[in-house]
Design a protein around this ligand. Sequence first.
Ligand code: ADP
Ligand code: MG
Length: 321
Amino acid sequence: SVLADQIAAGEVVERPASVVKELVENAIDAHATQIDVLVLESGVQSIRVIDDGDGIADDDVLTAFKRHATSKITSRADLFRVHSLGFRGEALPSIASVADVVLTTSTGTTGTSIHYRGGKLLKQVPAALRQGTDITVTDLFFNTPARLKYLKSPQTELANIVDIVNRLALSYPGVAIRLVHNSKELLRTAGRGDLQQVIAGIYGVQNARKMVAIEGKTADYALSGYVALPELTRASRQYITVLINGRAIKNQQLTKAVIKGYGSKLMVGRYPIAVIALTMDPLLVDVNVHPTKQEVRLSKEPDLAKLISTTITDRLATVNL
Ligand code: ADP
Ligand code: MG
């Protein structure tokens, strides 16, 4: 029902950046190699995401807007072995329940264009498009004024969008991602799988050049990434990105482990730039904790924290400051 979708939207769609996150994740799950994110007025006016992914078959388009309809997992067992970014089947119906959504999609042969507003299906017509999906979300929260009122300043909402897209770009260096706000290009990655190049695009070439590659391994986990030397780092915890199986996550203990790894090489009050990509058996991580899927439960968190901090410490010990 529209009401259930709006309730779910309260959790999945907090702000424009949440919409951007869900749409870009869907494009990545659909194997897109190029994703364009076009945003107007911090996403409050419109958010458009264009991808060259698999597209949605004509017969499946309506289903995609039904709650808990996901094409990504089919059994309860899959829930504990999630390989895709999405799996809850909540994003599209949630977004469509609190905004105006036009989605045009094609699997390469035929295509469909569908229009929802406030959870109501207004139109569905055949449409021509090259393979991929083009979705535009306008009038976000038009029917939930309280939510609209609680949005922060346009600068803050835009900063949230930039942060989300940056993290997705860092997570998927093999996908060419472009972010444009009010016709100003804020990010463009090449999609050639070069993480250091993506880091350069986000944190500056100068900083990227001084980042050192790290690598570590235990029986359960593999770690790779880059850390910057403390002297060129200012800013905040925002600059620490921890990825688990390709998903940027929020985890206090692991963030602390990164900082701990720097030891005395990190000046008081400073945060490092670090991109830490962890891979592990999906069974060791539960991503089904919160609708935004940014929080995770880890079965052996202390082991993982130790791997992170010692890998960084050992590597920085070999670098001449
Ligand atoms: P979830 O991602 O959790 O499966 P969503 O509500 O985000 O749920 O999307 C519902 C379904 O719509 C997806 O399972 C997928 O089949 C389809 N879908 C959504 N966006 C895209 C896209 N950009 N390209 C291809 N398929 C998509
Ligand atoms: Mg999704």
